[in-house]
Design a binder for this molecule. Sequence first.
Ligand SMILES: [Zn+2]
Length: 63
Amino acid sequence: MSNIAEVQIQCPYCGEETAVQVEFTDTPSDYVEDCTVCCRPIQFHVARDEDGQPSVTATREQE
Ligand SMILES: [Zn+2]
């Protein structure tokens, strides 16, 4: 069973959809990765819902 999934997210800055590889081994977790299109820092929140399904939220980096 793999703990890595490819998830489609939408950049909160430029609105481009991009696929990211996310690891769900240690959830919930937060990290920042630059958008591949506009290079601005996207804050990722990685968690599992009640059914154990992985979910990823992409927001603007908090100041
Ligand atoms: Zn972007």
